[in-house]
Design a protein around this ligand. Structure first.
Ligand SMILES: Cc1ncc(COP(=O)(O)O)c(C=O)c1O
Length: 409
């Protein structure tokens, strides 16, 4: 990803189809600061304490698990049909911290392997590599994970004496592919977790960004056997610098012969990583949740509609400029920020530079998201979240000229 940032710096006039950031047009930081005051007022009314007391409490070290767990339990029940006790919730510094906490709490690199869908968000795979975990890569498709490949990896990991303990997946509008895991595939994955005794880390960063079809229930909400640990990021639905995510655990697990509550253990790990998640940020989210009756569905309507228009602009431009090229294919994502484009030539870093220099558009090779750098050679990830529809049209027109130039060679 450093490579893409460098390309952006080198070719500042190029439009970037590589950035999967949310559009800052929808951030309202002034309103967020007002939400902090609103939260202080809520707490004063609720507790009967003075403003000075509430403020000093918010300024103090706080609970590792979080201070808005009750609000988040209501929110998870309403928006995700996930029913957890507030004490089984941990508020983390973004989904990124949650991944690290869950992984290191549940799995030991000397005793366990982990499985990651492939291709995948690099935040999880890169951290797992840094922390020396053995990783089984499980191909992901629009129909869900390849369960026979998973069975094979489970057997291999077991034979090495390092059984798979945790599987990481992004079922909703996956980063990078845009895939949405069908309901039957979610249920089949849960059955495999039960059969082979592993946990599922469900990462939901894009779930609100649904543009067509019914929203599919989260894996956690379908899970009757407590196999899933749910992570919901607020970076895309509010703004990334808020650095907040919610973890819903609720299961006990076996550790060194003892049965422990997972939420307690994650919170203990967190206490030694970041002590607690900033209370000011939690207060802001707490007031957003209270002011919106514990649901962010209506609250997010405008930005979801805006992102849907961007997807439409990208699909229309692809059709207009590449629709008559049988060798170029793409899938229409039902939601999220990304779309996969298949091209009939090998896509390497040199192509990114060539296209940026000559056609003034930057894209992201799909191979960047493959676990061992193997795969996705003929694919590009196109992000439509952070450009206006007119810019998307221009960018796709430029990209199509580059692709057509490669087809002629
Ligand atoms: C699938 C996925 N999970 C997690 C994150 C990071 O989330 P957070 O900002 O909450 O750490 C991203 C960021 O792009 C992502 O794409």
């Amino acid at each position: 990803m450093g490579f893409l940032n460098e390309a952006l710096l080198r070719f500042p006039e190029a439009i970037s189809l590589a950035s999967g950031r949310p559009s800052a047009k929808y951030f309202d930081l002034r309103e967020s600061l007002e939400k902090f005051d609103a939260y202080v007022n809520y707490r004063m009314v609720e507790t009967g304490k003075s403003e000075a007391f509430i403020l000093s409490d918010l300024g103090q070290y706080n609970r590792a698990k979080g201070i808005i767990n009750a609000e988040l339990a209501k929110f998870l029940a309403k928006d995700e049909q996930i029913h957890v006790n507030p004490e089984d919730i941990i508020v983390t510094v973004g989904a990124q911290e949650a991944m690290m906490l869950i992984l290191t709490t549940l799995c030991h690199p000397a005793h366990h392997s982990i499985a990651i869908e492939n291709p995948s968000y690099i935040g999880m795979s890169t951290y797992a590599k840094i922390a020396d975990y053995e990783i089984a890569s499980i191909p992901t498709t629009p129909e869900g994970l390849d369960l026979s490949a998973l069975e094979e990896s489970i057997a291999i990991a077991k034979s090495k004496g390092k059984p798979i303990r945790l599987l990481y997946t992004i079922p909703d509008y996956q980063n990078p592919t845009g895939n949405l895991m069908p309901l039957a595939a979610r249920k089949a994955l849960l059955a495999k977790a039960e059969e082979h005794d592993f946990y599922i880390l469900e990462d939901n960063a894009y779930g609100y960004f649904n543009y067509e079809g019914e929203k599919i229930p989260s894996i956690k909400s379908l899970d009757e056997k407590h196999r899933t640990i749910y992570v919901g990021s607020f970076s895309k639905i509010l703004f990334p610098s808020l650095r907040l995510a919610v973890v819903a655990a609720g299961q006990s697990f076996e550790f060194e012969g003892k049965t422990l509550a997972l939420s307690e253990q994650i919170s203990t790990t967190k206490a030694y990583v970041s002590l607690n998640t900033p209370s000011i940020n939690q207060a802001i989210l707490g007031a957003y949740l209270r002011d919106n009756d514990f649901s962010l569905v209506q609250f997010s309507e405008e930005k979801v509609a805006g992102c849907s228009e961007k997807r439409a602009a990208m699909l229309a431009a692809l059709e207009k400029y590449l629709g008559n090229q049988a060798q170029v294919k793409w899938r229409k994502p039902a939601g999220g920020f990304f779309l996969t484009l298949e091209v009939p030539f090998k896509v390497e870093e040199a192509n990114v530079i060539e296209c940026a220099e000559q056609y003034k558009v930057i894209f992201c090779p799909m191979s960047f998201f493959y676990l061992d750098g193997i795969g996705g050679d003929h694919e590009i990830r196109l992000a439509f979240s952070n450009l206006e529809p007119a810019e998307i049209t221009t960018a796709i027109e430029r990209l199509s000229k580059y692709i057509l130039s490669k087809l002629k060679v």
